[in-house]
Design a protein around this ligand. Structure first.
Ligand code: PLP
Length: 361
């Protein structure tokens, strides 16, 4: 048994295996003290953008904004791309947050809402004419429901004049989006990238930037802090307006390099294999069951399991240095969650499942 715990929590989570060394190197190179206007910083930021383009196959026309969290960029997306009406697919706490942000900014925030743990009736979706931006949550981290990319693309094709925003926080880099179909992707780094929290990224299309300029030109506020028109110039110079999380930018660039070297397709393939290991144990167990009944709606990156005494499971596993996640939201007392992020290898996941077998049969 190793002396260090392994985190299977859905964020913050297990650090990517190379992060510890990258932090040491960053300190040796005084990265946290360098100026965010220095050529050294600009070079790191530029490499980060290039590596993001590679990992997600993002066209050159997209702009990359770097900030403090995904939530910040969810708000920026609404503020900059919605003059009056937004539309949200709501099936849990995180997708609801997107809708609430819009509501709290005084927008008309329309939604389709389904019960927790369920997916949407994709054959019967109607989005009103006046909607400017549609938001999707790729993995609803509170319930473990995945939003299929094909369904996002179908909606994008049906409503070509509407902007599409995707919260990919707990599914990136597994979730592979077609950027010809979407306008905004937001993510942060403490989940699938296995990094310390405190860095968020928004990838934004020209169309979305244009929309924010149009709203501003009408005399409607698009906010001040990190509004798209305000930070566009800086982003294109590989900088930020405020002082960024320089260490985070450095680390994300390094982690992306490592992931590209390991092979991003291999990471995605292994995510599927690990998800199979986890789900197949719980599907076949008399006491546990996957929270989501519809197999096709189950997230590969956040697995939610129904069990009457989740705290006991967390405590039992902790004794063996496995830290798994508790439930989240309304049904948290009858659930636990297991994150399936790239930081934990197939062998580690196998160890976790062996431990479950040993304790629960
Ligand atoms: C964790 C999470 C967020 C919030 O990310 P922050 O970095 O804390 O802003 C948003 N959406 C989803 C789906 C998440 O899992």
């Amino acid at each position: 048994m190793s002396s260090k715990p392994t985190f299977f929590t859905p964020g913050p989570s297990q650090l990517y295996p190379t992060v510890e060394n990258h932090i040491k190197e960053a300190l040796e190179q005084n990265i946290p003290s360098i100026s965010h206007r220095s050529p050294q910083y600009i070079e790191i930021h530029k490499n980060l953008v290039q590596n993001l383009q590679k990992v997600f196959s993002i066209p050159d026309s997209f702009t990359f904004f770097v900030g403090g969290s995904a939530t910040q960029f969810m708000e920026r997306a609404i503020q900059n791309c919605v003059e009056e009406t937004s539309f949200h697919f709501v099936n849990g706490s995180f997708s609801r947050r997107f809708q609430e942000i819009s509501r709290d900014l005084g927008k008309n925030s329309l939604q389709i809402k389904v019960p927790l743990g369920e997916t949407f009736d994709f054959d019967n979706i109607e989005i009103p004419e006046e909607v400017e931006l549609i938001t999707f949550t790729s993995c609803e981290t509170s319930t473990g429901v995945e939003f299929p990319t094909e369904e996002i693309y179908k909606i994008a094709d049906r409503y070509p004049d509407k902007l599409i925003a995707v919260d990919a926080v707990s599914s990136a880099p597994y979730y592979d989006l077609d950027f010809s179909k979407i306008d905004i992707m937001v993510f942060s780094v403490q989940k699938g990238f296995g990094m310390p929290a405190g860095l968020g990224v928004a990838v934004v299309s020209e169309r979305a930037v244009e929309k924010s300029k149009q709203i501003l030109a009408k005399g409607v506020s698009v906010g001040s802090y990190n509004s798209f028109p305000l930070i566009l110039g800086k982003a294109r110079e590989f900088q930020t307006l405020e002082t960024p999380n320089v260490l985070g930018v450095y680390l994300l660039n390094k982690v992306l390099e490592d992931m590209l070297e390991y092979g991003i397709q291999k990471i995605r393939q292994e995510t599927l294999e690990k998800a199979n290991l986890i789900y197949s144990y719980f599907e076949n167990h008399p006491k546990f069951s996957p929270y989501i009944e519809d197999k096709s709606a189950r997230s590969k990156t956040v697995v939610v399991i129904k069990y009457e005494k989740p705290k006991e499971v967390l405590e039992n596993l902790k004794k063996y240095n496995f830290i798994i996640g508790g439930g989240y939201g309304e049904e948290k007392d009858t659930q636990f969650r297991i994150a399936n992020f790239p930081s934990n290898s197939i062998a580690k996941v196998q160890e976790l499942m062996d431990k479950f077998k040993e304790i629960y049969g």
